[in-house]
Design a protein. Structure first.
Length: 70
């Protein structure tokens, strides 16, 4: 299965991205969105799977943002 994931950065300070992933992302995972390391905070399936593809939307927060909130 290939996961087509639309990553949206919650703060809006960074552009998001669309990536093909071989592993399904989960809340708490760390991903690189451009040069920024982020944590996945929310995932939603966009539409039913088509063949070997599953389309997901993932909201992420830059780790530097999480560090300043603690």
């Amino acid at each position: 299965m290939i996961y087509k994931v639309s990553y949206v950065v919650q703060s809006g300070e960074y552009p998001g991205s669309i990536k093909n992933e071989t592993d399904e992302p989960k809340v708490g995972d760390h991903v690189m969105v451009g040069p920024v390391e982020c944590e996945v905070v929310e995932i939603h399936q966009i539409m039913p799977p088509r063949g070997d593809f599953l389309f997901l939307h993932a909201t992420v927060v830059p780790l530097e943002t999480l560090a300043t909130e603690e």
